[in-house]
Structures are given as C-alpha cells and as structure tokens.
Ligand binder design. Structure first.
Ligand SMILES: NC(=O)c1ccc[n+]([C@@H]2O[C@H](COP(=O)([O-])OP(=O)(O)OC[C@H]3O[C@@H](n4cnc5c(N)ncnc54)[C@H](O)[C@@H]3O)[C@@H](O)[C@H]2O)c1
Length: 349
C-alpha cells in the first residue's frame, strides 16, 4: 500500500511511518517542522525526520504546510494514496489561546483541506484523523469524584471503565484547541456519513513514546522524563497533582490504525488511550520516573489549574475492543516510561 501521513516527523506520524514501512508499505510524509515554530528548539522534530530518512528505505518526505490548500490537492492528485493518517496539528491547549487563528487554520481548516483533497482524488482510501479527548471539554470534571492518597477517581460506577464515546460534547469549556479539534472531528465524521468515505476519529488520551519531542506545553510524560533526568523543577498546576491521565504508547496507536485499514468503517469515532490500567496521576508519574531513573523528581506546586484541564480522565476502551476484538495494547505504562528514560539518556550522551 501507499500510505500518506501528515505530521510525519511528530510522535504519532513518525511512529506510523516506521510501523507501516516495516510492514512493507511505501510511506509519503508531510511535515513542515511547525512544532519548532510553536515551541522553539525543544519542539524541533528535525532529529526524527533524519532518523526516518536514514532508516526507512520506503519513506519519502514532503516539506509542505497543510494550510496550503492547492499544494495539498496537487500532492494528492500525484500520489492518490491507498490510505491516509492525518496527525499534523497544533497540539497544545495553552498555546491555542495565544494563536487562535493559526490554531484553527491548522487544526480545523487544514483537516478540511485534507478531507476534500482525498474526496476529489482517492475517495475510497481510509482516512484516520487523530482527534482528542478534549472534544468532551471539561464535561468529565462534572462527574462526582473520590479522592485517594495519590489520585482522583470517578465515584459514579457508570464510569468505572472511563469515558465512552457517548459522553456529551456540548455546554462545557473545551479550550480553543479542543474547539478547533472538535470542528475537525465533526467534519471527519461528516465526510464519512455524507460522502460515504471510510473516515475515523480517534479521540485520544495522552499519547506518548520515545519519539516525542516533549515540551512544557505538550507531551506530558516525555517532558516529565526529561525534567527528571535533567533535575529540572516540574510545576504541578492544581488538583494536588492528583489529576489522572491515561497514556498509550505511539506504537499501540499505529497497531490500531492497521486494524482499521484492514476493516474500514464510515464516519466512526473511537476513544483510544491506555485505559484505566495505564492511567496515572502526576504524582504517580513522578514515582514511575524515579523508579526507572533512580533520580528524585524536583517539583513546585501551584494551586492554579489550567483552564478546562481534566481532573480525571481515562478512556473507556469497550467500543474499540468490541469492534476490533483482536486489538490489545502491547506496552504497559511502566514499560513506556522505561523506554523513554533509556532513549532520552542516550540522546543526552
Ligand atoms: N500527544 C498527545 O498526547 C495527544 C493527545 C490527543 C490527541 N493528539 C493528537 O494526535 C496528533 C498527533 O500528536 P503528536 O503528539 O504526534 O503531535 P506532534 O506535535 O508530535 O506532531 C505533529 C506534527 O505535525 C506537524 N505540523 C504541525 N502543523 C503542521 C502544518 N501546518 N503542516 C504540516 N505539518 C504540520 C508538526 O511539525 C509535528 O511534527 C495531533 O492531531 C494531536 O492533536 C495528541
């Protein structure tokens, strides 16, 4: 197959390139290193692009901005790919508030540019969109919670497996990032239902793995592992550091995408994350990092939480597992932190 991946130098894009290349497919990647423009040198993904070019014989890079509608269409006319993974984005809620137009133009309009080009050139190709759990806004914060020694958890047994795809999306704070991603999410569903295309939104929890160029504003675990190894002070923002996230290794995301390409559906929506088993609070994440590095985490605490930040969120994986019973996660949270610790140590030496 010929697979087109946007955001191909980023965490998910690069993992998908690597995964499908190893399975014998030809990969075309689109990335313009916008992450460095968002976050400065620490967000620069050139190192990852160089790795892909050096290690994947079937990888072709296209330096292209997905906001450039005519160039996107021209590339799609040339390539007519068999499948598309759309992972390019402005990925941070806090950043979005300071660049609302850029955020919307990349996340919402950039996605529409991709969808429409695919519809005009290769309408039968399955299209995966990397959506986010922020489409549910801060709605999950309205669920009654129980406070434990190191984490918050849902008190209502209805949420014992986490947040499902039926959770409401209206009347809550999404952050501008959540709103631009939700606009794209709805458009991806619409192209599936209105035009009959094989589109899929993956509403993800925290995505992580050694390929992340983690920065303070995005890539929580990758950034935390770096802070731990460098002895940098990590600032906890509110909720006593007991806020819970579920974490999934980028390779487990790529493995699901393969399942979808093998059995595509139209306009589907799945919550995808590490689930309750791979969830942790910030202070539990400190413990994990310390376990693997042997270094104590330095931190400071501020009572001021991020606007709209989830207090407790983990993905209910019931739907995705029922549609794809053969799919399961290969990487535990502890294993992922170990891998990231090893890779970041190597990069520093
Ligand atoms: N990382 C997470 O925890 C997380 C959680 C939920 C959803 N997501 C979503 O998953 C997707 C991938 O996330 P990631 O962590 O790999 O992000 P990332 O920042 O590591 O990768 C995104 C890539 O897209 C590129 N890009 C950005 N704007 C572009 C543009 N205009 N044209 C071309 N390339 C552009 C960047 O340079 C970067 O390499 C995003 O859509 C993100 O919103 C991520």
């Amino acid at each position: 197959m010929k697979i087109l991946v946007t955001g191909s130098s980023g965490l998910i894009g690069s993992e998908v390139c690597s995964y499908f290349s190893k399975h014998g497919h030809t990969i075309h990647g689109i990335d313009n290193n916008q992450r460095a423009k968002f976050f400065g040198p620490q967000g620069d993904t050139t190192w990852r692009l160089k790795e892909l070019l050096a290690t994947l014989p079937s990888f072709i890079h296209h330096e292209l901005d997905i906001r450039d509608r005519s160039k996107v269409l021209r590339l799609l006319q040339d390539l007519k790919p068999d499948a598309i993974v759309h992972a390019a984005a402005q990925p941070s809620h806090e950043k979005a508030a300071s660049i609302p137009f850029v955020d919307f133009e990349i996340n919402a309009v950039g996605t529409l540019n991709m969808l429409e080009s695919v519809r005009q050139t290769c309408p039968h190709a399955p299209f995966i969109y990397m959506s986010t759990n922020k489409v549910y806004g801060d709605g999950p914060n309205k669920i009654e919670l129980t406070e434990f020694a190191t984490r918050w958890d849902f008190a209502n047994p209805k949420y014992k497996n986490g947040i499902s795809e039926n959770f409401p999306i209206d009347q809550c704070i999404h952050s501008l990032f959540g709103a631009s991603k939700l606009s794209a999410d709805i458009m991806v569903q619409e192209y599936g239902r209105y035009f009959g295309m094989a589109t899929c939104c993956l509403r993800c929890g925290c995505l992580t793995g050694p390929a992340h160029s983690g920065v303070k504003l995005h890539g929580f675990l990758s950034y935390l592992v770096k802070c731990n190894l460098e002895g940098t002070n990590y600032k906890i923002l509110g909720y006593q550091g007991k806020q819970v996230r579920d974490n999934i290794h980028s390779e487990d995301v790529a493995r699901f995408i393969k399942c979808f390409f093998d059995a595509p559906q139209q306009g589907e929506v799945y919550n995808l994350g590490g689930g309750k088993d791979n969830s942790c609070s910030i202070i539990e994440a400190f413990e994990l990092c310390e376990e693997h590095s042997g270094k104590k985490q330095v931190f400071q605490y501020s009572d001021e939480n991020r606007i709209g930040d989830h207090i407790c969120y983990y993905s209910d994986l019931t739907k995705i597992k029922s549609h794809f019973p053969q799919y399961c996660l290969h990487h535990t949270l502890s294993d992922t932190v170990r891998q990231m610790t090893e890779v970041i140590k190597l990069q520093k030496n």
